[in-house]
Ligand binder design. Sequence first.
Ligand code: FAD
Length: 426
Amino acid sequence: MTVGQGDTGSTGRQPYEYVIIGGGIHGTCLANYLLADGGYSHDQVRIVEPRDELLASFERKARQCGMETLRSTFVQHIDTEPFSLESFAEGAGREAELVATDDYPSRPTLDLFLDHARSVVDRADIDDCHRQTRAVGIDESGDSLHVETPETRLGAGRVILALGLGAEPTRPKWATGVSEDAPVTHVWNDAFDPSAAAEFDGETYVIGGGITAGQLACTLSERTSVTLLSRHQLETALSEADPYWLNWRHLERELHALPPGSQARHDRIRTARNDATIPPYVERRLDEARDCGPLDVRIGEIVCAHAIENGLLLRFADGTTDSNAQVILATGLDPVPEHPLVRTAAESLSLQRGTNGFPVLDDRTLAWQRSDGGTSPVYVSGALAEPSVGPFARNVIGARRVAERLLDPPDHAGSGRAIPRSSGTS
Ligand SMILES: Cc1cc2nc3c(=O)[nH]c(=O)nc-3n(C[C@H](O)[C@H](O)[C@H](O)COP(=O)(O)OP(=O)(O)OC[C@H]3O[C@@H](n4cnc5c(N)ncnc54)[C@H](O)[C@@H]3O)c2cc1C
């Protein structure tokens, strides 16, 4: 099928200027930037997102782990103006939902953050750009890309991959052999319901040592007896990385100076990120729950699990066992470079992949490099952009950093509009 026969932009046979794959925090934020600052019309931008609402993926995860406030500050949101969320809170008399934090700017409650984000979506009519379907491939003919979905092909001048943190929940080896009806689940399974989990008549083990595990353990411990099982001592950090990493100059010096696609870049980011840490306010929540009794924190690992009549029989690495247990994994998602669309797009468009399968990007524009050294009209945002956007790439603020490079890459400073496609392709 040609572009003209598939789903195209407003100008009849012309492709959309941008097709964004993923309508989460990043995809929605980028659409807002393209409409508000890029001068694009709603007919020129499509967001391909299988969920029925934009932002639903983030909200579901946040609610499933019992998150009460954002870890990031009130200037980190999906709108274009830094103080937009603060003004929204003031206008709605909700200043109390900007939670004061020691030695750190205030953080919004989850409800305030989401209500503000929805107000941005409504104000800019971003829902008009939403096409509810899943992208299954990207290919190219002539001057256009084609985003393939089960129903149609969307013609696009440029595509932005905003696929999130990873496609599949990570399950430890011991959990893969347990029978399907056994009480082992993952906090990021769509079907996971924390209220139903709290009904279990036995001990609940939450597996993980990061913020998700910490928040989930606290939430469940309000209703049932919980053990938080971490492989390592719990470590605290307020933010995911040093705020220096928000600055392009710092990124250019510390990251872009290293070879694109190299292990050295990957190592630099891993060292800078405070992965598997909990912020002090979650540590306090954990301490309170521990003092009250229903929460235990244990350092260790499960080595095997068997389904028995009243739950699971668990064996731990130190040789001890427990029975009548259920397990909820808070062990993260498989790395986003393993997302099937990343693989198929790289193959069909001959795109370069570096260490651990991450795309090799042009640091200036964030365009994915072709294997022959040219630049493609495929751009990435979120965790996938880490090798160029750095330790905060996956965070809310990472989307703003990507928008800056899309709309105003360094060589085109002040252009106020994305570079024409002809100068972004090989
Ligand atoms: C519980 C939780 C709390 C967090 N708290 C913070 C915080 O306080 N501050 C902060 O800065 N960051 C935070 N983060 C990190 C980050 O900001 C969020 O993960 C955010 O959702 C990332 O945005 P995203 O758009 O990359 O991913 P998502 O919001 O998950 O969106 C990705 C979207 O891609 C879609 N998608 C996937 N495959 C396809 C396909 N083939 N076709 C079409 N669409 C597809 C998915 O359906 C999904 O909607 C948090 C993350 C989690 C999980």
